[in-house]
Design a protein around this ligand. Sequence first.
Ligand code: KG4
Ligand code: ZN
Length: 404
Amino acid sequence: MLVLGIESSCDETGAALVRDGRYLLSNVVASQTEIHNRYGGVVPEVASRQQLATIIPVLETALEQSGCDWKGIDAIAATYGPGLAGSLLVGLTVGKTLALAHNLPFLGVNHLEAHIYANWLRKKNQTPLRDKSTNADCEYMEGDPIFPLICLVISGAHSELVLVRGHGQYELLGRTRDDAAGEAFDKVARILGLGYPGGPAIQQAAQHAEEELKQQQKSPLLARNAYRLPRAWLRGTYDFSFSGLKTAMLHLAEGVVENQQSHVSSSGDGKPGSSGPQTTQYRRMGAQAAQRGTINIGLLAASFQEAIVEVLAVKTRLAAQEYHVKQVVLAGGVAANISLRTRLEQELRPLNIRLSYPPIEFCTDNAAMIASAAYFHLCRGEQHGLDLDVQPGLSLPFRLKVAK
Ligand code: KG4
Ligand code: ZN
């Protein structure tokens, strides 16, 4: 089955042709990162207008690169939520219109579920010849992830720990109580002046700091604990919380700025301006670091990344142990983080639990994952009517956790 997937939930416009939910014939993504970079985050109005300008060229390129014509396509799928309403509307409307024009089945796809299915996509060199049948199985083919599995879905808007018992069978184990992991990366990158998107920028700054330490014949691991930052363990739950960490970074940075200002004006009394012990502690740390001349954005970035990675990796490992799974998969933009991949591998290897994650280009938003998720629904005979509307607040189709 050949599915045309369309993705337009945020600031990436994607179109892809994927056979049997696994094999790519084409996957085209136009990113708006440079446009939003100057604002330090995605501007919804700008994003939807850009979607409109890009979607047709992206579709045409995907079709051309696949070498297929409309006769070869079996179904069309487009993201209908969660995401920005204006952006979603563009891809969904184009998808439904094409389905109507070419008399093809249509399926709206949940963007979060699609991130999980990025783990079913094969690398380009594993794609069979475009006109060859793959004898695909809707349930399982060699190389697919094995159920039951734990999936850590971590993107710009989501941090969810999910037990996946089979295709479409999701049980929510935990989620963030405030900021999503990617959101924390993006906000802290803005605090540190590292630009948007924050994840790759923080990763790069941290790597740079570690390399500098190596050149000084020091352990690169020192970078990760250069600043002691808080971790919200929320013990006894699989929930996450990253807003305290973000606030600590903010106060640390404020301490640096205050200290620098007091040096310039020689009038600062060094006393923190406001509130609680944590605020004071992190401002003082910032001011002391500034005084020592040890302010190093790279070290701050490395310590912040370590604080996020440690909590994500340890909680995911605990869930994998409790539910006796043989495999853990990562999904969403933050799954591109190399430090997280390495740490989680270290946590799981002694337990003989396999970790897998999509190649980086399938971690961030793309349309191949939309086509993949759609395939497994279409196999079960599911499709949507053309009256399907966008659902910006859509969540994963969770089932209630069954008592053990
Ligand atoms: O899944 P995605 O492309 O879009 C959403 O559905 O949100 O995820 C985007 C998020 C952004 O917050 C971005 O900073 C983060 O993924 N991200 C990363 C990395 N690459 C992208 N976070 C940490 N490390 C990375 N290497
Ligand atoms: Zn996404």
